[in-house]
Write a protein that binds this ligand. Structure first.
Ligand code: CA
Length: 246
């Protein structure tokens, strides 16, 4: 999961970057409205934290520009503590949530988790696919109740696939959502992360959809020859097996 932080206060921006990185996110940042508009317009983010009082272009204008250009990522605005008028204007401009300054990092993190879940169509903080669960509150992944030991990049790949379970995710999508802008990216490393995850997960959970990417779904059963041809949607409750493997 990749987050954009827009904040012109240097100290607060650094605190936000550190807090979000510590929570497992890939983080980009912008310190003024012009940079914010450009970065948010050109890269896909799972959520944005947007201060409203910015140099060059104010945050509300940046948000309106994004929305009118069809950028639909979740946006949480940072407002003055008692600025109810800012909150109203921000929500009307397309913000999904707000937080008044000063705020607690834990509250910001909880609100971001909720925004990211909702954007993926999930209401619960604990995501499940077959025997695999991911508790988004603490980053804990389990299979049949047993905790998995994951590196930070393996976690980001798994978290992105879990938030978009049952959907085909391309390798380039994964690259965009697990690395920050200035990271030395290599699409081949995604294959390495997928291979490592597969060793830690039940067989068949991460499907390769040839030519398109990967899909996290629950295999219906694991036949003796190890080839799995049926998957069921993680979110389906388990009865509608599919046969559409590419
Ligand atoms: Ca400001």
């Amino acid at each position: 999961m990749r987050i954009l932080i827009v904040e012109d206060d240097d100290i607060l921006r650094r605190q936000l970057i550190q807090g979000l990185q510590a929570a497992g996110y890939a983080v980009d940042s912008a310190a003024n409205g012009v940079d914010a508009h450009h970065v948010g317009d050109s890269s896909p983010y799972d959520a944005v934290v947007l201060d409203l009082g910015l140099q060059q272009i104010d945050g509300l204008t940046v948000l309106r520009k994004w929305r009118s250009a069809g950028r639909d990522m979740p946006v949480l605005i940072l407002t003055a503590r008692d600025g109810w008028h800012e909150k109203v204007a921000g929500i009307d401009a397309g913000a999904d949530d707000y937080l008044g300054k000063p705020f607690h990092m834990e509250e910001l993190l909880a609100r971001l988790r909720a925004l990211i879940r909702r954007a993926g169509g999930h209401a619960s903080a604990e995501l499940a696919c077959g025997s695999l669960t991911l508790d988004t509150r603490n980053g804990r992944a389990t299979v049949d109740g047993q905790a998995l030991s994951l590196t930070s990049h393996e976690y980001r790949v798994l978290a992105y696939l879990m938030h978009h379970r049952d959907k085909v995710i391309s390798r380039s999508d994964l690259v965009e959502h697990i690395y920050a802008q200035d990271f030395d990216r290599d699409a081949n490393t995604v294959e390495v992360f997928i291979a490592r995850l597969r060793k830690k997960l039940p067989p068949g959970l991460i499907e390769t959809v040839r030519g398109l990417g990967y899909r996290l779904t629950a295999p219906v059963d694991a036949p003796a020859n190890g080839e799995i041809h049926q998957h069921r949607l993680c979110g389906s409750g388990g009865n509608d097996a599919r046969h559409d493997r590419a």
